[in-house]
Design a protein around this ligand. Structure first.
Ligand SMILES: Cc1cc2nc3c(=O)[nH]c(=O)nc-3n(C[C@H](O)[C@H](O)[C@H](O)COP(=O)(O)OP(=O)(O)OC[C@H]3O[C@@H](n4cnc5c(N)ncnc54)[C@H](O)[C@@H]3O)c2cc1C
Length: 655
């Protein structure tokens, strides 16, 4: 056997009946045997199983195979399996090729003859192609053990603590003045009705004081460059106009500030001062001056905060500062926005005082909130009846087709809180009850025993147009009760809208910054919905919590822990393999036109000004081939996708 002799083994998988039910396996196997340089062709029920893999290993050893083709399913799932089999037996992973005779043949037709011919063509293509494939050298790069986490809601907090507790450094960047996210706005949490702040604030303080966590609050990521294991991140620390080193968090500045504006944290239900921390347990406990509303910034007078600050921490001259950190991995945990229900005009949000959103109700019901936990109408009186409308903007093709997954449960929670604090009648206007989590169905049953009235139907209108005497001074819900089969009118004092959880309004911008993709619903796209739910298509960047899709706190925490485990696995390995099937530029042929630089979606190509040629960063290149296709001088080759290999593949399909 000469060193250059190509000895190809072809292995055809039945995939149970997935392939064998439509493709004539015997015919395909004998065909494969007849192809040039094929030394052996075998079939097996499940090639990915241990015995299937062993079959390949044995043949490599006994028959001296130096190239392997497996004809089975999509490479997405099992290419790594078979590449490993090859490598374990001394065959370079790039001397392996997969022919997809399931998704591309047996699953797309019921015609056995056609499926068999297509399978033959795909195998012929793979065999011809592999003839020209070259072994490629696998390189490794060291991993920086620091991690960047973007977003300090429960997702970011959980991930930060898990990574930091294991001894690695975390930079936690939070856009708002304090960490906590939406969870810190909530009153109680379903289904256990734990006080949200009671379970979250200890974690927040741990983050604030952890020796391995650098909390960078009131800040945003401006730029990120690099690749898995070695990212460089530029962070903008927004001016607080308060010196963080000097401030003791005594709160006197907030007390003395004479100006009030609606509080974002209380979603308009309460007010805050112009120098403020969003809530008393803020972490870090350092106020910010709201420049837009500060009278000193607007008119040059006041400076009350400065006068009363004993440590001289107020600094009106402060400007945004930039800092750079280096990290190996990034976890994006930027959470969600609550949908603004104003466009759904029929529900009267913004028009009627006592129509609230769920998150506004959370603030009202919270003992530490603006009403001290009193559930009250705008005029301060206690409501005698409250309706909770489910699916506002969710499961509605005019707004969001998806289910927000938490509304049924928090609507039930609200009923309980209302019943606990008032004598009000409570109506749940629902389409279906979706109580899928652990203890959720039981919580629903508990509520049915608390005297809550359930009306199955979508509310068509909230109006103050009175028809009957008893409706006077009330908000009337018009709803088709689908269980009664009739349209009913329900007069109430307060309406709570369970508005959809939606992707952040700046999700596209953040996606661009971190090279993420968005799914059709606007949330960040995970690498695989079932098998890789926290990784993304960009190695080293993970998405967790509600920025990946609407979910409750238990699922958010589970995802955060999953991402932390993934990051820790990479850190403990200390190095990471980089893809070898990447583009290479031939300096001799490069004309310096820079077309490739403009087109590269991974910013992997730079320009060498001295030599006037393009340079490809091996670690950043993902081997997409855009540059190779576009290069007018044919100076770029995509390794593993050379013209010779692709032409051979095309010829193989056409024979
Ligand atoms: C009315 C209501 C009631 C709910 N009640 C419950 C309940 O009882 N039980 C339950 O399990 N779930 C409940 N939920 C769901 C719960 O709120 C979420 O599961 C949880 O808050 C998700 O956390 P997160 O960290 O993913 O997102 P978030 O809480 O949204 O946190 C994201 C964080 O990222 C920050 N951020 C955003 N963009 C950037 C950026 N570009 N740079 C830096 N930082 C950024 C934000 O400021 C925020 O601090 C409720 C939801 C609603 C709307």
């Amino acid at each position: 056997m000469s060193m250059d002799e190509k000895r190809i083994g072809v292995y055809i998988c039945h995939c149970g009946t997935n392939i064998a039910g439509t493709v004539d396996i015997d015919a395909v196997t004998s065909y494969a045997r007849s192809l040039d340089s094929v030394v052996v062709a075998k079939d097996y029920r499940f090639m990915c199983s241990d015995p299937g893999q062993e079959l390949i290993r044995q043949d490599i050893k006994e028959l001296g195979l130096n190239r392997v083709v497996v004809a089975s399913c999509s490479p997405l799932m099992h290419e790594p399996t078979f590449r490993r089999v090859c490598e374990e037996t001394g065959v370079n992973r790039y001397l392996f090729q997969m022919a997809n005779i399931r998704e591309h043949a047996s699953w797309v037709t019921e015609d056995k003859g056609e499926a068999t011919e297509k399978a033959k063509a795909l195998i012929s293509a793979a065999v011809r192609r592999i003839f020209y494939q070259e072994p490629l050298e696998i390189k490794e790069v060291p991993v920086n053990p620091n991690t960047l986490i973007v977003g300090g809601g429960i997702a970011g907090i959980q991930a930060a603590l898990e990574i930091a507790d294991s001894g690695s450094r975390v930079y936690l960047v939070e856009r708002e003045p304090s960490i906590g996210g939406h969870m810190i706005q909530l009153d109680k949490t379903f289904p256990t009705l734990d006080c949200s702040a009671c379970i979250l604030t200890p974690k927040m303080s741990d983050v604030g004081s952890h020796p391995n966590i650098e909390l960078i609050a009131y800040s945003e990521v401006e730029e990120i460059s690099g690749y898995v294991g070695n990212f460089k991140v530029k962070i903008r620390r927004k001016a607080r106009y308060v010196d963080e080193e000097k401030c003791t968090g005594c709160g006197i500045c907030q007390e003395k500030c004479p100006w009030k504006v609606p509080s974002e944290f209380d979603v308009g239900v309460g007010q805050r001062k112009v120098i403020y921390t969003p809530f008393p347990q803020a972490v870090p406990n350092i106020p910010v001056i709201d420049r837009e509303n500060c009278v000193y910034f607007k008119k040059g007078t006041c400076r009350a905060c400065e006068k009363f600050c004993e440590v001289g921490a107020i600094d009106f001259e402060q400007t945004d500062r930039f800092e750079e950190v280096e990290v190996g991995n990034v976890i994006v945990a930027t959470g969600y926005d609550v949908m603004d229900p104003s466009p759904i005009a029929e529900y009267g949000y913004g028009r009627y005082d006592n129509v609230l959103t769920g998150i506004q109700f959370e603030r009202m019901s919270n003992a530490a909130g603006p009403t001290g936990g009193n559930i009250q109408l705008k005029d301060g009186s206690t409501p005698e009846s409250i309706a909770i409308i489910h699916c506002v903007g969710s499961r509605d093709e005019n707004y969001h087709e998806y289910c927000s997954r938490v509304c049924c449960m928090y609507a039930l929670k609200f009923s309980h809180l209302i019943k606990e604090k008032t004598d009000a009648e409570v109506y749940q206007m629902y389409i279906d009850m979706r109580c899928f989590g652990k203890g959720y169905e039981e919580f629903y049953h508990r509520l049915t025993e608390e005297g809550v009235k359930f009306v199955r139907g979508k509310v068509s209108q909230v109006t103050d147009q009175v028809i009957e005497e008893e409706e006077k001074g009330k908000l009337i819900l018009v709803v088709e009760d689908t269980l009664l089969g009739s349209v009913i009118r329900v007069p109430v004092d307060m309406v709570i809208l369970c508005t959809a959880i939606e992707a952040r309004s700046d999700a596209e911008q953040v996606a661009r910054l971190f090279s993420l993709s968005l799914s059709a619903d606007g949330f960040f796209l995970e690498r695989h919905p079932k098998l890789d739910p926290v990784a993304t298509m960009t190695d080293g960047i993970y998405v967790v919590g509600c920025c990946q899709g609407s979910k409750d706190i238990p699922d958010t925490v589970a995802q955060a822990s999953a991402a932390a485990a993934r990051v820790l696995a990479v850190i403990s390995k200390g190095k990471i393999e980089i893809e070898a099937a990447i583009a290479v530029a031939d300096e001799e042929k490069c004309s310096g036109c820079k077309t490739c630089i403009l087109l590269c979606p991974y910013s992997a190509i730079s320009f060498d000004e001295e030599k006037k040629v393009s340079r490809i960063n091996e670690a950043l290149c993902k081997g997409c081939g855009v540059c190779a296709a576009a290069c007018p001088s044919a100076a770029i080759t995509a390794r593993h996708f050379t013209t010779e290999q692709i032409m051979a593949e095309i010829e193989g399909v056409l024979v």
